[in-house]
Design a protein around this ligand. Structure first.
Ligand SMILES: NC(=O)c1ccc[n+]([C@@H]2O[C@H](COP(=O)([O-])OP(=O)(O)OC[C@H]3O[C@@H](n4cnc5c(N)ncnc54)[C@H](OP(=O)(O)O)[C@@H]3O)[C@@H](O)[C@H]2O)c1
Length: 274
């Protein structure tokens, strides 16, 4: 039986995609715990509804468990978790240090795993629950100078699908959303690997050009509401789709990337960003 989604834990709820999703879920009558490190209310939220901004770093397992316990004690249920918090580190693969790679994986991969882990026992006990992860078109279109970001997002996509199979017997549904370019604070928050910034880096010119092109595409990209609506749509469906690429043009792109010869795909991506 379909369980209506009433209470949602959303990470990265203070800005960009998360803030838009929080506002739309709230308008749809859902109660949203919008988590971020700052604990700020979602951008553009009027304060008129059931959004609870919470301070929660997705790298802090104890903090996540505390928030899940708080939701259960206040609402008596938790129907869905949307793992959206993430960031990007750019730079050529050769010039990205292990510490920088770990930073990329910490929030955007392990943070997702930790958040899901805290919710799964609740979902199994209830015999229903929904997991939505925010991957990226970069999961299927490997971006130069964002190789580790692309790797993390490909990991998130496959992890979500494997989780869908493992948890289906417990009544849990999983979906990964693959946004294309979205106009948010993500671009400004992106860090560049230190070594790639040195004058004598053999990759420097291409890195600067590639990141500038990607940043321009992001800042000319779609409004975060487009992704927020896609998240809400899945939360309201009887059965969530395991993978969703919002907008016709990006879903066509993902379809083409998977079907065209990979040598051709890599040449085109290289022309655009390298
Ligand atoms: N923008 C795009 O073009 C695009 C495309 C594809 C996928 N995505 C993905 O969409 C997701 C949301 O990004 P966005 O574009 O909306 O960027 P954003 O505006 O920078 O939002 C990031 C959100 O994550 C929170 N956050 C960051 N680190 C956190 C942590 N350790 N614990 C808890 N919250 C944390 C931030 O708040 P605090 O700083 O207060 O913690 C903020 O609310 C990310 O996973 C990103 O990879 C974005």
């Amino acid at each position: 039986m379909k369980e209506e989604v009433k209470v949602v834990l959303l990470t990265g709820g203070s800005s960009g995609i998360g803030a838009a999703a929080a506002r739309l879920m709230c308008q749809a009558g859902m109660t949203v715990y919008a988590a971020s490190r700052s604990g700020k209310a979602p951008e553009g939220y009027s304060g008129n509804g059931n959004i609870f901004p919470v301070v929660m770093d997705v790298n802090d397992e104890a903090a996540i468990r505390e928030v899940v316990e708080r939701i259960l004690s206040e609402q008596g249920r938790l129907d869905a978790v949307v793992c959206n918090a993430g960031n990007g580190i750019a730079g050529p693969i050769e010039e990205t240090s292990i510490e920088e790679i770990e930073t990329q994986f910490r929030t955007t991969f392990y943070g997702v795993v930790k958040t899901i882990d805290a919710c799964l026992p609740v979902f199994r006990e209830q015999k229903h629950g929904r997991v939505i992860t925010i991957s990226s078109v970069a999961a299927v279109a490997p971006l130069p100078y964002q190789g580790f970001y692309s790797a993390v997002k490909a990991g998130i996509l496959n992890l979500t699908k494997a989780l869908a199979i493992e948890t289906r017997p417990f009544g849990i549904q999983c979906c990964s959303i693959l946004p294309g370019d979205v106009r948010t604070g993500f671009t400004a928050a992106r860090k560049v690997a230190l070594k790639a910034q040195a004058e004598d880096s053999p990759y420097r010119k291409r890195t600067v050009r590639g990141i500038a092109a990607m940043s321009k595409d992001e800042q000319e990209g779609m409004e975060p509401e487009v992704i927020g609506k896609a998240i809400l749509k899945q939360l309201r469906r009887r059965r969530m789709r395991p993978e969703v690429t919002p907008t016709f043009i990006y879903s066509l792109l993902v379809w083409a990337i998977r079907r065209f010869p990979q040598s051709f795909v890599l040449r085109v991506i290289g022309k655009l960003y390298s």
